[in-house]
Design a protein around this ligand. Structure first.
Ligand code: ACO
Length: 309
């Protein structure tokens, strides 16, 4: 969907969306494609690139807040679709940081000897939870998936440090209120947008810039590297202005920041792995590079991971 498509739906303009967010278009999955389908496609590509077969995978972790079903997890559906006979599969519901939280679990499992090979996925079908009558949110979101294979290795590359935090008291800033146990659907429910994503964008914006910068500084400090050592920042693609403000705080030039927001919009948990994969396939990432991944989302929750490629 392009900005011109949204001009027909709500009171907005290409000029407003482009200057306030950096988004020009986003991908919307059709009604027959669900999070498990996109995740399965991303997993197949990741397994192929890693030259790894499905029966080698011990754990499949899917970061998503747009699951196929309330029960079971989307990860279990994906497991069946791509045939991982020796794996345990489960979801992580951490909004836009779902991939980084999943990566942290895979890293901890591998470090503790619980498993040897993990598939970590970020996927969202945000179009299912978007109110296309609300101009404050509908222009922002897109559908996507990204996946990585993480494996035990003693070369010194891989995850160097990870930082994660959340603050649940700020949850009304970004949530979908109706449809859970607290506010279940009833036979009287009439559409008022409360079962879709609602957001106080400007408040979220301020917390996002501050906390993503703190998270990045934390992982750099613990890994003993400085901003000059970072080859590429792969940030959550929520808003170009958030990314620019973050780069400024980190003293990292925008030429060291990977951006694809223009073509995909905010894809929540899929955002970081999607960008990482594109940067990798374009040959931007080289062996030995320090890659900073950082994300922020509904919870509120935020986190960063410093990886040596
Ligand atoms: N078109 C035209 N005008 C709009 C639109 C639109 N699509 N959306 C909002 N406006 C208007 C508002 O109504 C408001 O008008 P008013 O002043 O008459 O009330 C005006 O623009 C300014 O609104 P703000 O919300 O202050 O605009 P802001 O510059 O903050 O940009 C945005 C809004 C893009 C949402 C920004 O705040 C943002 O990106 N926030 C962070 C989002 C984020 O990072 N979310 C976390 C991840 S998402 C997840 O977890 C699923």
């Amino acid at each position: 969907m392009t900005n011109a498509d949204f001009e027909k739906l709500v009171d907005t303009s290409d000029e407003w969306i482009t200057t306030r967010t950096g988004i020009k278009e986003r991908r919307i999955a059709d009604e027959t494609i669900f999070s498990s389908d996109m995740a399965a496609a991303a997993c197949k590509n990741a397994l192929e690139m890693a030259k790894c077969s499905g029966d080698e995978i011990d754990v499949l972790i899917v970061g998503t807040v747009t699951p196929d079903y309330k029960l079971p997890s989307t990860a279990c559906v994906v497991q069946e679709k791509i045939n991982l006979p020796n794996a345990v599969a489960f979801d992580v519901a951490a909004a836009c940081t779902g991939f980084i939280n999943g990566l942290s679990i895979a890293d901890a499992y591998i470090s503790a000897g619980v498993c040897k090979k993990a598939l970590v996925v970020g996927v969202e079908k945000l179009s299912s939870f978007t109110n296309y009558k609300d101009r404050n949110t509908c222009v922002l979101f897109g559908d996507a998936a990204g996946a990585v294979v993480v494996e035990a290795d003693d070369s010194g590359s891989g995850v160097q440090s990870i930082f994660m935090r959340s603050d649940g008291k700020m949850r009304p800033l970004l949530w979908a209120k109706t449809g859970g146990a607290v506010h279940p659907y009833t036979s009287e429910f009439t559409f008022d947008g409360s079962d879709k994503i609602t957001m106080n964008g400007s408040d979220v914006f301020k917390v996002a810039v501050k906390e993503m910068a703190n998270a990045c500084k934390n992982v750099m400090e613990r890994a003993g590297v400085g901003p000059e050592d970072i080859s590429l920042v792969v940030p959550h693609q929520a808003n170009i202005r958030i990314v620019e403000a973050l780069a400024k705080r980190l003293k990292v030039g925008m030429d060291h920041v990977f951006l694809n927001i223009e073509n995909y919009g905010n894809t929540s948990a899929a955002s970081v792995p999607l960008a990482l994969d594109q940067a990798n396939r374009k040959g931007i990432i080289k062996e030995g590079d320090y890659i900073m991944m950082v994300a922020f989302g509904g919870g509120l929750i935020w986190g960063s991971a410093l990886v040596k490629w």
